[in-house]
Design a protein around this ligand. Structure first.
Ligand code: NAP
Length: 249
């Protein structure tokens, strides 16, 4: 009998969860527990880390999991590496769901950098109004350039003081629209954007708005993972499980 661990925390994982539920696939959805009120899922859900590769491997065996689907965010590389290692340790098949990365087009002004530290280095010396569209976990790196005014968009209000002396917070959860992001960038007079190359539709509106307003973007490229089976579409995930993919949701 198929029993799947779906590693989630993304809009795409919610789509996969709905498909699993619609097709009656026995699956457990896993959240890291980073946000206060995670989106409800139509599958049994667990929350919190497994305790590294060993903890995950033990959990997979105890829960009689037969397949793992990693639909975590492209920048959740620690979890993805653990899943690859646990799949090797337990012999379970693993499939990573990867949305296509964003690519610059006509009218875009992107500077590609390898990681957060390189993004900090790429910020100019003169003060700017920077939209830091990178979530909450890594913002402290930007304390190295405290002379910029930072705009942060977060899913939950921050707990405690932020490590940035001049930061404004907008609490909002995607998906976002180009019209909404045009308004945000204009009213906050943003003149530089820092973002991770997450890909997907839910967060790309800011890039369309940046192109329209000719705002430069510092684009943090994705971390590189060891090789694994990749799904680009939900149908590929269903094929991985050996299920027909013709029942939409
Ligand atoms: P990470 O750095 O790759 O993971 C750190 C640790 O958090 C993992 O080793 C694991 O702990 C735990 N963890 C991560 N995802 C988990 C999951 N789905 N279920 C159970 N435990 C999980 O991850 P992250 O970048 O902090 O991302 C955390 C969550 O937020 C993920 O679900 C991801 O999809 C979502 N997310 C991340 C980003 C981003 O930019 N990084 C953006 C949007 C959403 P143990 O070692 O104890 O198992």
């Amino acid at each position: 009998m198929t029993r799947v661990l779906l590693l989630g925390g993304t809009a795409e994982a919610s789509v996969i969860a709905r498909r699993f539920a619609a097709q009656g696939i026995d699956a457990v959805y896993s959240y890291a527990g980073r946000t206060g009120a995670p989106v409800a899922q139509p599958l049994p859900t667990r929350v919190g880390g497994f305790g590294g590769v060993e903890g995950l491997s033990a959990w997979l065996v105890a829960e009689r999991i037969t397949h793992m689907v990693d639909a975590t965010h492209p920048f959740a590389a620690g979890m993805s590496r653990n899943a690859i290692a646990a799949a090797a340790a337990t012999g379970l098949p693993l499939c990573g769901y990867e949305r296509a990365a964003w690519e610059a087009g006509e009218g875009d002004d992107w500077t590609h950098v390898a990681d957060i530290e390189a993004a900090v280095d790429a910020l100019p010396e003169e003060p700017c109004r920077v939209f830091l569209a990178i979530g909450r976990q890594t913002i402290s790196a930007f304390a190295a350039k405290p002379w910029h005014q930072y705009l942060l968009r977060l899913v939950d209000p921050p707990e405690g003081r932020l490590p940035l002396p001049d930061a404004e917070i907008v609490v909002a959860r995607g998906p976002f629209t180009e019209a909404g992001d045009l308004k945000l960038l204009k009213t906050r007079r943003v003149n530089l954007i820092v973002t991770k190359n997450s890909g997907g539709d839910g967060a790309r509106a800011k890039l369309d708005a940046a192109r329209a307003l000719r705002i430069p973007v510092i684009m943090i490229d994705r971390p590189v993972l060891p090789p694994r089976r990749i799904a680009r579409e939900v149908a590929d995930v269903m094929a991985f499980l050996g299920h027909p993919a013709d029942l939409g949701v």
